[in-house]
Design a protein around this ligand. Structure first.
Ligand SMILES: *[C@@H]1O[C@H](CO)[C@@H](O)[C@H](O)[C@H]1NC(C)=O
Ligand SMILES: [Zn+2]
Ligand SMILES: [Zn+2]
Length: 333
C-alpha cells in the first residue's frame, strides 16, 4: 500500500512531463548550415541539399536528420518517434527516457494497485455465478441454451455472460447504498469491479507490450516511424527514399559522377576548398544509419535528462554520429 502510494505520484509527475510542451518541445530551431561547409557525412535529399518544412507554421524551418512534421501537433519534431494519442503529444528521442519510465511505472503500479482487488473480485464472481445458476430466468435464457456454448467465444464466454447475468440478478436483491463512502461500493457484488480489473489488465498488457516495442527500438536505434516505413516498404524495393551525402576532397572525375555535386566556391579565393565534392548515396532498407551498437544506443538515450525544459532546440546543431559500417559500404570499401 505504501509502495503504491509512492508510485502513483511518480507516475503522475512523469505523465505530466511527457504530456507537456506539445507546441514547443523538441521543435528544431536551428539555422541550416551551408551544405558545402559540412565535412562529415550527413543525411540529405537526393541532390545533396538539406530538407526544409513548408507545412503548417513551420515556414521553411530546417529539418535536421530524424525530424518529422507531426500533423496532429502541427509542428516539426527533432528525433520524432511517434505521436502518442494517450499523451496527446509526440514521443521523441529526447523524451524516450521519460517515456520508458512512464511505461515501466505503469507496468509495475497497475498490477500492484489491482492486487488487493483480486480477492474481492473473486467473492463477487462466486456470488454472481451462484445467483445466476439459482435464478430461473438466467437458467432459461442462458445456462439451458446450447448457444451459450458458442455464442460469446466458446465455453469461456458461457461463464463470462453467466457471471454478468448473475450481477443483473443480484441487482434486484441489492441493499440500497446509503452513501458513496460507506464501503458498499466495494463490498457489494457489482459488475463495476469486473470492469475495473478488466480495464486495469488491458492497460497493463498495453504498457508491457509498448515497453518491449520501445526497448527493441532503442537497442536497434530505430524509431517507431523507421520500423513502420521499413515494414510498409515493398520487399522488392531495397532502397529507401533517404540519402547520405559524403563530402570528398577529390575531384568528381574519380567517381561515376552520376550523383556527385560540385559546389561552386562562394568566392574565387575558395577554389581550393578541401571538401567541395559531395556525393549522395541511397540508404538501403536494411541499413540503420544511426545504429552504433546496442550499448551506445542505450547510452545515448539514458544520457538524456528525464525532465527536459520543453522548449525548442536551438544553439549549435550537433550532427549525429553515423553507423561506420554503412559509411564504409557507401564509400565502397
Ligand atoms: C528561434 O531562434 C531565434 C534565434 O536564433 C529566436 O529569435 C526565435 O525566437 C526562436 N524561435 C522560437 C519559436 O523559439
Ligand atoms: Zn514542420
Ligand atoms: Zn504529435
Amino acid at each position: 500500500m505504501a509502495v503504491t502510494g509512492l508510485l502513483f505520484p511518480c507516475l503522475a509527475i512523469v505523465y505530466l512531463q511527457t504530456c507537456s510542451g506539445r507546441a514547443t518541445h523538441s521543435v528544431p530551431n536551428y539555422t541550416a548550415p551551408e551544405p558545402q561547409s559540412i565535412t562529415e557525412p550527413y543525411e540529405c535529399r537526393s541532390d545533396a541539399s538539406l530538407d526544409f518544412c513548408v507545412k503548417d507554421n513551420c515556414k521553411m524551418r530546417w529539418k535536421p536528420p530524424g525530424t518529422h512534421h507531426c500533423s496532429t501537433c502541427g509542428v516539426c519534431r527533432l528525433g520524432f518517434d511517434h505521436h502518442c494519442p494517450w499523451l496527446g503529444n509526440c514521443v521523441t528521442t529526447g523524451r524516450l527516457k521519460a517515456f520508458l519510465a512512464l511505461l515501466a511505472l505503469t507496468s509495475v503500479t497497475v498490477p500492484l494497485a489491482s492486487l488487493p482487488l483480486l480477492p474481492i473480485l473473486r467473492t463477487h464472481v462466486i456470488a454472481a455465478l451462484a445467483a445466476s445458476h439459482a435464478d430461473p430466468w438466467a437458467t432459461a435464457v442462458w445456462w439451458n441454451r446450447p448457444y451459450s456454448w458458442i455464442f460469446c467465444g466458446g465455453p469461456p464466454g458461457r461463464w463470462v455472460v453467466g457471471t454478468l447475468l448473475g450481477f443483473r440478478v443480484l441487482r434486484e436483491q441489492r441493499i440500497p447504498e446509503p452513501s458513496w463512502l460507506s464501503g458498499s461500493l466495494v463490498t457489494q457484488p457489482h459488475a463495476r469491479m469486473v470492469i475495473l480489473v478488466g480495464a486495469a489488465t488491458l492497460l497493463w498488457l498495453f504498457a508491457v507490450a509498448m515497453t518491449i516495442v520501445v526497448a527493441v527500438g532503442v537497442t536497434r536505434s530505430q524509431t517507431t516511424l523507421d520500423s513502420a516505413c521499413t515494414r510498409s516498404g515493398n520487399t522488392a524495393r531495397t532502397i529507401t527514399n533517404r540519402f547520405v551525402c559524403i563530402p570528398y576532397s577529390d575531384t568528381p572525375d574519380s567517381f561515376g559522377s552520376t550523383s556527385a555535386v560540385q559546389w561552386t566556391p562562394a568566392t574565387p579565393g575558395d577554389r581550393h576548398e578541401p571538401h567541395n565534392t559531395h556525393r549522395t548515396h541511397p540508404i538501403l532498407i536494411t541499413e540503420r544509419v544511426y545504429d552504433l551498437g546496442w550499448r551506445e544506443n542505450w547510452r545515448r538515450v539514458m544520457a538524456q535528462p528525464l525532465f527536459d525544459h520543453g522548449m525548442p532546440c536551438q544553439g549549435v546543431y550537433k550532427w549525429p554520429k553515423m553507423n561506420p559500417t554503412v559509411i564504409r559500404r557507401m564509400k565502397g570499401y
